[in-house]
Write a protein that binds this ligand. Structure first.
Ligand code: SF4
Ligand code: ZN
Length: 278
């Protein structure tokens, strides 16, 4: 698995020898495993640096344990660990946002995902990181492709890729070194290496359509081994055509908060305004 990650990194030219890499560590098996593997790989490159960030969304009974697990793993690996919270950044915890969003169309995961992405970018920029590594695995990537199809958002498929475009100077380039590793293999690796992980699932997880897609794909994979790889490979072939078809969206500064965004007002500001927070 370590070799596969090394291959993915060089195939997509994810890293330079002297990069400062910030790893987004939630405390779950994927992100903690990524932190262990990247730390191991980067030891061979003394000019490179690995640090970690955890976003505290404010999810009672879930994030507290995850934070401890993330901090413990960072201490063990001798890595600097930054924690940023929704409360500090947006004034509200996710639990409070979910309560305010009762009756609205968006799910807790929609708010969580958009606001976390922003928080991670700001944290990486403030840490002066060159790359922001996230632990998306093969399963996550294939689920996202199917989700985008179901949502009728085909152009977004072009944007789900191993290294995200750096379309604005304030967007830290995101890389996904585990994108070619199936989730099961990560679980096995973490188990064999006795890596300490968070055990509690997020209380909001089942609200997501993603979990239905996950179940469907796992069932299909069992009957037809290799389909996740095949879907991912197919998209790799289709992506250039999709990219060419999608008009280059210009990234501007949000009129409300100044962060990079497509359009006039960024997603986080739109969401917070929808809840009458802004
Ligand atoms: Fe956030 Fe949804 Fe993940 Fe829970 S399951 S941490 S709400 S994205
Ligand atoms: Zn904004």
């Amino acid at each position: 698995m370590e070799d596969r990650v090394r291959t993915t990194i060089s195939k997509y030219e994810m890293l330079r020898l002297d990069d400062k890499i910030m790893v987004a560590v939630s405390g779950g098996k994927d992100s903690v495993t990524l932190l262990h593997i990247l730390t191991k790989i980067e030891r061979a490159f003394p000019e490179a640096e690995v640090c970690a960030v955890t976003v505290d969304e404010g999810i009672k009974g879930y994030r507290d344990e995850a934070l401890k697990v993330a901090a413990k793993n960072c201490r063990k690996l001798g890595i600097e660990h930054v924690v940023v919270s929704f409360k500090e950044m947006y004034g509200y915890k996710l639990d409070e946002i979910v309560a305010m969003a009762q009756g609205k169309e968006l799910t807790p995961c929609s708010y969580c995902g958009v606001l976390r992405r922003r928080a991670l970018n700001v944290a990486a920029r403030e840490a002066d990181a060159d790359k922001l590594a996230t632990a998306h695995n093969l399963d996550d990537e294939v689920q996202t492709i199917i989700l985008n199809i179901i949502h009728g958002d085909a152009p977004r498929i072009a944007r789900v890729k191993p290294v995200l475009d750096e379309a604005h100077p304030r967007l830290i380039r995101r890389i996904k070194p585990l994108c070619e590793v199936p989730e099961r293999e990560i679980a096995l690796y973490a188990y064999l290496k006795k890596i300490e992980l968070q055990s509690v699932p997020c209380p909001y997880a089942r609200t997501a359509l993603r979990s239905d897609i996950r179940t469907m794909l796992n069932r299909m994979e069992e009957k037809h081994p290799g389909i996740k790889f095949t879907i991912s490979k197919s998209i790799e072939k289709i992506r250039p055509a999709l990219e060419a078809a999608a008009k280059e969206a210009e990234i501007k500064d949000c009129k409300m908060c100044g962060e990079p965004t497509v359009g006039e007002i960024c997603k986080p500001c739109q969401m917070l305004r929808g809840l009458s927070i802004l």
